[in-house]
Design a protein around this ligand. Structure first.
Ligand SMILES: Cc1ncc(COP(=O)(O)O)c(C=O)c1O
Length: 388
């Protein structure tokens, strides 16, 4: 999950920036200001038509998001965990079926596997991109493996070609967890189009965020289209005709209306994030004590998070906090070492790259309206910390 969402009272304009002005980790107020009247009008339309769940706004958003991502279908659901769960349920996991995924991700990825009846198998990540290591995936494939779930973490696509090749070779499916990667590209291909399905979250802090909860499945596969539509609606094929049990997992109309407005600005917001990443690179690139995030040669990175690494993580975090600069940890305890997965029996040291990354990572402020002056102050604080 992204940051805890707090009302942000901090002034963010460069004009009012002083050395003590707080810099939030994430600003969810400023990006909504410009189109506030449109959001209010969407809410008014919903109130006056009483279209709250489903209806034309949801269908419109589904059409527009499918075009944006480049799949035949996008199916709106209640959140990005339901989208994963409904995909896995549609694929028909059997008890004991193993699904290979990263331990370095948010727990939604793996809990959706378990809740759909499968067993997550955690493997290590590539030390540079911090996404699934194809060699580790190859080593983990066994007789019970049915699928692979790459997570396009922090906005950067995992190395999909070798993963897709492994899947083809072993008859496995690939589902992309693109919760953090709206609009990201892998060798020109859009995140959410490369596997049998893609899963997106519209939690407010995501690159495309609602004003509550939301998610979507992107796919060209009729089995998944049928399954997800049925599962989000209590297993209904038509009103009160239930071909299975399901869930209450629908996207709300007001969220869809907000998402339609914000989708128009997504590419500009992504460009803003890319600009911020460039400023960080320019300001901090020479620091030998700090590993900056790298963009893989295959990636168009959409910078959901800007995650640096240093063995002095805790002290740097304190220095930033003292300077009233927000920062975060994504994620401090890898899933294979969480109490929730103790029964899977992964010992300390079993996924060494993941464990090293988890103990050294730190997310710096990253959002599209961050100014050059704000990035400068974050960078100055980091440089001072390293005595530079
Ligand atoms: C990688 C990843 N997968 C899945 C999810 C779940 O999405 P949601 O919070 O919308 O259920 C999130 C978001 O928190 C995420 O970051």
């Amino acid at each position: 999950m992204s940051a805890i969402l707090m009302p942000n009272a901090a002034p963010t304009s460069a004009d009012t920036l002083t050395d003590t002005t707080p810099i939030p980790f994430l600003d969810l107020v400023e990006p909504h200001r410009e189109r506030e009247e449109e959001f209010v009008a969407a809410f008014r339309r919903a109130l006056r038509s009483a279209a709250f769940v489903g209806g034309p706004e949801v269908e419109g958003f589904e059409r527009e998001f499918a075009v944006y991502v480049g799949t035949q279908h996008a199916i709106g659901v209640a959140n990005g965990t339901d989208s994963l769960r409904f995909i896995f349920l549609s694929l028909g996991l059997e008890p004991g079926d193993e699904v290979i995924t990263a331990s370095h991700t948010f727990i939604a990825t793996s809990e959706a596997i378990t809740q759909a009846g499968g067993k997550p198998v955690f493997v290590d990540i590539d030390p540079v991109t911090m996404t699934l290591d194809p060699a580790a995936v190859a080593a983990a494939i066994g007789p019970r493996t049915v699928g692979i779930v790459p997570v396009h973490l922090y906005g950067q696509p995992a190395d999909m070609d070798p993963l897709l090749a492994l899947a083809a070779q072993h008859g496995l499916w690939v589902v992309e967890d693109a919760a953090q990667a709206h609009g990201a590209r892998y060798r020109g291909r859009s995140a959410g189009t490369m596997g049998v399905a893609g899963s997106f979250s519209f939690y407010p802090g995501k690159n495309l965020g609602s004003v509550g909860e939301g998610g979507a499945v992107t796919t060209n596969d009729p089995r998944i289209v049928e399954g997800v539509r049925r599962l989000r609606e209590h297993g209904q094929r038509e009103k009160y005709v239930h071909v299975s049990e399901g869930y209450n997992g629908r996207l709300h109309a007001i969220q869809a209306a907000v998402l339609r407005i914000k989708l128009q600005d997504l590419d500009a917001a992504t460009a803003g994030r890319q600009r911020v990443a460039r400023w960080y690179q320019e300001a901090l690139g020479d620091l030998a004590d700090l590993d900056l995030p790298q963009t893989a040669p295959w990636a168009e990175h959409v910078w959901h998070l800007y995650v640096v690494r240093t063995p002095a993580r805790e002290a740097l975090r304190q220095a930033l906090t003292s300077a009233r600069i927000g920062c975060g940890l994504h994620y401090p305890i890898p899933l294979h070492r969480q109490e929730a997965y103790a029964s899977l029996g992964y010992a300390e040291g079993s996924l060494p790259v993941t464990e090293r990354v988890a103990s050294s990572l730190l997310s710096l402020p990253m959002f599209p309206t961050l100014t050059e002056a704000q990035v400068g102050r974050v960078a100055d604080t980091v440089r001072r910390f390293f005595g530079r």
